[in-house]
Design a protein around this ligand. Structure first.
Ligand code: 26Q
Length: 798
């Protein structure tokens, strides 16, 4: 921020009061926490507008290339604190609010999370938006303004119960509705062949209306736009029906259209061939592309030059309809020859793959696809035909259309000039296992861009004690140049520094202990190892392995098999997709185990199991800075990257983990002595699965695992229903696809190493501090620089 007069507490105070009075219409004595939050948010938003305009003006004036990030998810979390910190106004705002008798922390925590995403992929999009703004990369994020974000999770009798999330119930002060930026989006209907051209006549239409949220970068030097589309009806409200008293029918078109932006799909496990999902994807993508072309044509006229000025990134295959839709716009609507349209689209598009799980790869029945998007069906057939003719060596079994399905991965691959994986290991597996033939036909198209996370939110904001210590030790500037954390290394040998590092962690642990005590009635000691696994619940992420090992530890503790026990708090957090029955069983098991363990006088403070409901971005910001141990224990080859793993590392929590996703690179950066490695490698996993009855062999080799499975099978944790977990136990014995049994013993061994290391205070703090010092590589600034150079061919406008 350049205008200093806006940054003083007194300027802030007068603006906050002005908004309280004139925007909220509230008198000071009657103002609620909500009113104060709104008034403050508007005052902060005012200060973003100027840099936002300046960024936009600069981009127009220089004709700079722009990046468009298309994503069905943006898991943003709270905005107020992040924006305030990036503007450098946190202290001034705290002072201003204190003078009003208001506690800034309470105001910050009053804000609901913007939870327009499921997990990793959506949170990555949010980190990328912040990094692009910090780096001055001119960019727009495009997504959907879901009325209801990710469902809220409650536990009833240990079971997950979902309730709708309602973040827009209160005013959302960060967005600017843009009713003038609206596009008509069509579905269904038929294609007419007329005068040698194809003309699509949609049978249904809705309007996509823009809502803009500015995204401010570090120190307010640049701001970009997150443009979210809301679906509205094209047809007018039916006054005639209304006057006849048929109120429901009068409102029907409106309700139908709005369905499209009503709710986020809560399933990140399995692809589901739902027509509504396809319509949502097309709504977002088509509106974005129309907006991109409108903006382009306002400055340039020759659409053949589009790739010089526009880079479009597809966040997974969810926006992969962008290929056919861009061809349709260029060819059908702007008269560019088909093949040139295809090549122009391809030169603009990039595709990021986030999963290898076959059940999560999008495929649409050609019947559904052709019904919802008849013109796009024709275009997809032509793309596939073109690709086949261009590549005579293409094996017959490779292609976009297979078994009466449209395969979105192949479509995205063929329509992109760069395809990237999200960690070194994952990108290799994308080449070798997912697209081996396409990779052979197009060598060099697949590249790697290892994920990262924004250090502003995940270190500077979430962990004030540690970020304060870092600044004291190496000076300011690390926030936007995270490699500087290396400068902490020489201090790690310093007892004074280590004590300060330990003290910072302690502050966060005490805060979490108090929260757990107050909100969940569980007494935990900050002297314990805070062992944290927070992420979506999936079989491949193996929360089951973690809880089984917890039971083994408990069993040993209470039978006196551990000489010098180190107290532990096992913290779990995460949601299961509502239809994912096994994941829900695992949640219930964890809660049942917690019930028994937490009430066992024999183990007392030595072991607690805590599973706070409704894990979200804000809870992550609370838990991660307080963690001692980061659980990253997926079956090798299954976790594309992980990003939580990076947040823990930055916050000084060593990892216990497998050689999977970005864990591999974390291990490389931090060194094997500062990482608790266990488990089979991706290659060994493949081999192990081929072994007949590998489960039986593994279980019989581990007395501990046998005991654990026995206890569960006997109903030790479900005395009211002893057979409750027969399914889970049977699964481990006979259908253990994710190799919980195979990795159990080594995981148990590694947990023993953790106990030993933790008991040696000096050694532990050294490890923890080295994790922070060596985490610079995992800044999303590094990732975005990689995309700018290798994928988008765009430079900073700063
Ligand atoms: C697809 C079709 C229909 C309905 C839902 C979906 C769907 C939605 C979300 C499929 C997948 C997702 C989310 C995937 C995801 O979050 N993947 C994670 O991406 C992170 C960022 O790259 C990685 O770090 C994680 O390893 C990866 O699991």
């Amino acid at each position: 921020m350049t205008d200093l007069s806006l940054t003083t507490p007194s300027a802030l105070k007068s603006d906050i009061l002005r908004h309280l009075t004139f925007t909220l219409g509230k008198d000071r004595p009657n103002a609620s926490l909500y009113d104060w939050r709104m008034a403050l948010s508007y005052a902060i938003r005012d200060r973003i507008v100027e840099p936002w305009f300046a960024s936009t003006r600069r981009t127009w004036a220089t004709g700079h290339k722009r990046v468009y990030y298309l994503s069905m998810e943006f898991l943003i979390g709270r905005i107020l604190e992040d924006a305030t910190i990036n503007l450098g106004l946190y202290d001034a705002v705290g002072e201003a609010m204190a003078e009003f008798g208001q506690d800034l922390r309470l105001i910050i925590e009053d804000e609901p999370d913007a939870a327009l995403g499921n997990g990793g992929l959506g949170r990555l999009a949010a980190c990328f938006m912040e990094s692009m703004a910090t780096l001055g990369c001119p960019a727009y994020g495009y997504g959907i303004r879901y009325e209801h974000g990710l469902f809220r999770q409650r536990f009833e009798g240990g079971r997950q119960v979902e309730t709708p999330e309602d973040w827009l119930k209160q005013a959302h002060p960060w967005e600017f509705p843009r009713p003038e930026s609206a596009y008509t989006i069509g579905f269904k209907g038929h294609v007419e062949h007329r005068d040698g051209k194809e003309v699509w006549h949609p049978a249904e239409t809705v309007i996509a209306e823009a809502h803009d949220t500015p995204v401010i970068g570090w120190q307010g030097k640049w701001a970009n736009t997150l443009r979210l589309w809301a679906a509205k009806p094209t047809t007018q409200f039916d006054l005639e029906r209304f006057n006849r008293g048929d109120y429901a029918a009068a409102a029907e078109p409106e309700a139908l259209a709005r369905t499209l932006s009503r709710v986020l799909y809560p399933d990140d496990t399995t692809y589901q061939g739902k027509e509504l999902r396809l319509k949502q994807e097309f709504l977002m993508t088509s509106a974005a592309l129309k907006d991109i072309l409108r903006r382009y044509l306002a400055a340039w006229s020759d659409l053949r030059d589009l790739p010089r000025h526009v880079a479009i990134q597809m966040n997974d295959t969810h926006p992969a309809i962008a290929g056919p839709e861009l061809i349709r716009l260029l060819h059908d609507e702007h008269g560019m020859p088909f093949e040139q349209s295809l090549k122009t689209a391809q030169a603009c598009l990039g595709y990021t793959n986030h999963t290898l799980l076959p059940e999560a790869l999008e495929r649409w029945a050609t019947f559904t696809f052709g019904n919802v998007l008849p013109r796009h069906m024709q275009i997809v057939e032509r793309i596939d035909q073109w690709h086949k003719e261009e590549n005579h060596s293409r094996p017959h079994y490779v292609g976009i259309l297979k078994h009466h399905e449209v395969r979105m991965g192949e479509l995205a691959f063929i329509m992109a000039n760069k395809v990237n994986g999200v960690s070194a290991l994952h990108s290799e597996l994308v080449k070798k296992n997912l697209f081996p033939e396409l990779n052979a036909l197009h060598p060099g198209r697949i590249v790697n861009q290892t994920n990262g996370v924004t250090p502003r939110r995940w270190l500077r904001m979430a962990n004030r004690p540690l970020s304060g210590l870092i600044t004291e030790t190496i000076g300011a500037g690390w926030e936007s140049d995270l490699d500087r954390l290396k400068g902490l290394e020489p201090h790690v040998g310093d007892k004074g520094f280590r004590d300060a590092f330990d003290a910072a962690k302690r502050i966060n642990k005490v805060a979490v202990s108090n929260w757990i005590g107050a909100d969940f009635g569980i007494k935990v000691t900050p002297d314990a190892i805070f062992d944290v696994q927070v992420k979506r619940i999936h079989e491949y992420k193996r929360q089951l392995l973690n809880i089984l090992e917890t039971i083994a530890h408990w069993h040993k503790l209470r039978s006196g098999q551990i000489a010098d026990p180190v107290p532990r708090v096992k913290i779990f957090g995460g949601k299961a997709a509502p239809g994912y029955a096994v994941a829900k069983e695992i949640i219930r098991l964890i809660n049942d185990v917690a019930q028994i363990v937490n009430n066992d006088p024999k183990t007392g403070d030595l072991l607690k199991v805590v599973y706070p409901a409704n894990y979200n971005v804000s809870m992550a910001e609370r838990l991660i800075p307080a963690a001692d141990l980061s659980e990253q224990i997926s079956t090798a080859g299954k976790e594309a990257s992980g990003t939580g793993n990076m947040k823990f590392m930055m916050n000084g929590a060593p990892t216990i983990g497998t050689l999977d996703g970005a864990n591999v690179e974390i291990l490389e950066e931090v060194g094997a002595e500062n990482f608790f490695l266990f488990g089979l490698t991706a290659e060994e996993v493949i081999e192990r699965r081929k072994m007949p009855e590998h489960e039986k062999a593994a279980i019989e080799a581990s007395q501990e695992l046998q005991d654990v499975l026995q206890m569960i099978a006997e109903g030790r944790f479900s005395p009211d229903e002893p057979g409750r977990y027969h399914g889970i136990v049977h699964g481990v014995w006979h259908h253990d696809y994710f190799l919980v049994s195979s990795d159990f013993a080594d995981f148990h061994r590694a947990q023993g190493e953790v106990d030993l290391a933790f008991a040696d205070r000096d050694r532990w703090v050294r490890m923890a501090a080295l994790n922070t010092a060596r985490s610079g590589f995992f800044s999303s600034d590094r990732t975005i620089r990689g995309y700018m150079k290798d994928v988008w061919d765009v430079t900073s406008a700063l």
